[in-house]
Design a protein around this ligand. Structure first.
Ligand code: HEM
Ligand code: HEM
Length: 399
């Protein structure tokens, strides 16, 4: 069989690309659905989910590379002529579906790669040595959600297109018995000689391409498939206690399967008393645990194995603010940290600058989740790290 296409049949290279990409896309859909439906609860189950997503992503990336090579190859090839050029509508429909499949072959893995790249921390690696994240894509949970919404809706569209395409191929094989399948799967010598192409100009091709594009533009607005997370409502200011928080971020960082995953609490409030003269005071922070967003694993983190937001809706830090030991040293908030019903002593170093009635502070500490009995069933650090970073940044105004 010839490597190149002819007017009658696809050549060896086009067939190799067609069937490998077809198998990889179907495999990506099946593994993606399988991974999303695996039970999560124990450490072994979490590991199985990571592995399934890693395989899913890798299969998808190989499909992307082959699809790009396939497009480059196709551009250098003659296209086998339509077998029934007089059935204009049918030919146009088949071509429109082909266009939509070409686009789908690119945008499905690309949206997957984008959602993976934007996910804060990522959560299971693509199994290849060429790096994980696309350059220039910021780590942004909301952006990742938008690509995920496209990805989740997009696979339905791609699967629908493949179904139409296969039904078309079956119609040719069973009803028309016209040898269309032979052009892609059989002996090219047996492929029928297509009639000469009528002069139809470029317009039908442009229409088919636009129809194929329109299908994907319909998916593009994105976040219809799942609700977009609300922007963090931020801390509720507390008046009458010295300093009121005007803006602030409270984040946590955990390691999962070796990757750092960053999360944020959307709802918390701080009651701050601080005397700039003595550089000391006290602070109480109350955090609404259910307001945590944490990459793709927020729900697991808030579930019974970890923070158990249902049983322990509030986390609390009650501390004395101690002055810096020396000029270049940070302040220290030293006190009791209560998470998931367990209270532990904790010290949070932070930098503070006060200018008139405005104060800016930022600090970070590490705690060990085992001290709070969090994730007790996850005894292996390579699945969920023991150390958890807790950080904040805020600006406050004197009352
Ligand atoms: C698994 C069942 C599949 C069957 C039976 C099948 C069958 C065929 C056949 C017979 C052709 C040649 C049509 C012609 O000569 O006019 C073709 C072309 C094509 N197929 Fe498939 N296909 C399948 C899966 C897929 C999948 C999963 C994709 C992509 C996501 C795909 C994308 C394409 C494209 C883009 C063309 C046009 C190729 C070109 O013009 O260079 N196919 N397919
Ligand atoms: C041929 C390409 C691909 C197809 C057809 C595909 C299809 C799918 C499907 C069917 C799901 C399950 C959706 C559900 O549970 O409702 C899924 C989820 C997912 N895919 Fe892909 N995928 C592809 C490529 C990729 C790539 C290349 C990556 C990353 C590099 C990726 C990352 C993900 C992630 C993180 C999820 C879970 C998040 C979510 O629910 O959207 N995918 N994909």
């Amino acid at each position: 069989m010839r490597a190149r296409n002819t007017a009658r049949a696809y050549g060896r290279v086009a067939r190799f690309f067609h069937w490998t990409v077809a198998v990889l896309i179907l495999a990506a859909i099946i593994i993606g659905l399988y991974a999303g439906r695996l039970p999560e609860g124990t450490e072994a189950q979490l590991r199985a989910i990571f592995t399934a997503y890693s395989v899913h992503k890798t299969v998808g990336m190989v499909a992307l590379v082959l699809a790009v090579l396939r497009i480059l190859w196709t551009l250098t090839q003659p296209r086998p002529r339509p077998l029934h050029p007089r059935r204009r509508l049918e030919t146009l429909a088949a071509e429109a579906v082909h266009w939509a499949l070409w686009i789908g072959m690119l945008v499905m893995p690309l949206s997957g790669w984008l959602l993976h790249s934007a996910a804060p921390g990522g959560f299971s690696d693509i199994l290849w040595p060429f790096g994980q994240r696309l350059p220039l894509v910021p780590e942004d949970a909301a952006l990742s959600e938008r690509f995920a919404a496209f990805h989740d809706l997009g696979w339905w569209v791609l699967a629908g297109l493949v179904a139409l395409h296969v039904l078309g191929a079956l119609k040719h094989a069973i009803i028309d018995r016209d040898g269309t399948m032979i052009r892609m799967a059989g002996d090219p010598e047996r492929a029928a000689e297509p009639p000469p192409a009528p002069r139809s100009g470029i317009l039908p091709h442009v229409l088919a391409a636009l129809a194929g594009l329109a299908i994907w533009l319909g998916v593009a607005p994105g976040p219809r498939g799942r609700p977009t997370p609300q922007p963090a409502a931020g801390p509720a200011a507390q008046a009458g206690s010295g300093w009121a928080v005007e803006r602030g971020v409270l984040d946590i960082e955990v390691r999962q399967a070796g990757n750092a995953v960053l999360g944020e609490f959307g709802q918390w409030q701080a009651d701050i008393d601080y005397d700039p003269q003595s550089r000391s005071g006290r602070v109480t922070v109350e955090v609404d645990v259910a307001s945590l967003t944490l990459g793709a694993v927020g729900d697991t983190a808030k579930g019974p194995d970890f923070l158990d937001a249902a049983a322990h809706p509030t986390a609390r830090f009650e501390a004395q603010i101690l002055p810096p030991q020396a000029e270049d040293q940070p302040h220290m908030a030293q006190g009791l940290l209560t998470i998931a019903g367990q209270t532990v002593e904790a010290a949070l170093p932070f930098d503070l600058s006060v200018a008139g009635d405005l104060a800016q502070a930022r600090g970070r500490m590490q705690v060990d989740r085992r001290d709070f009995g969090i994730g007790a069933g996850y005894a292996d650090e390579s699945t969920v790290g023991f150390a958890v970073g807790i950080g904040f940044e805020l600006s406050a105004k004197r009352q």
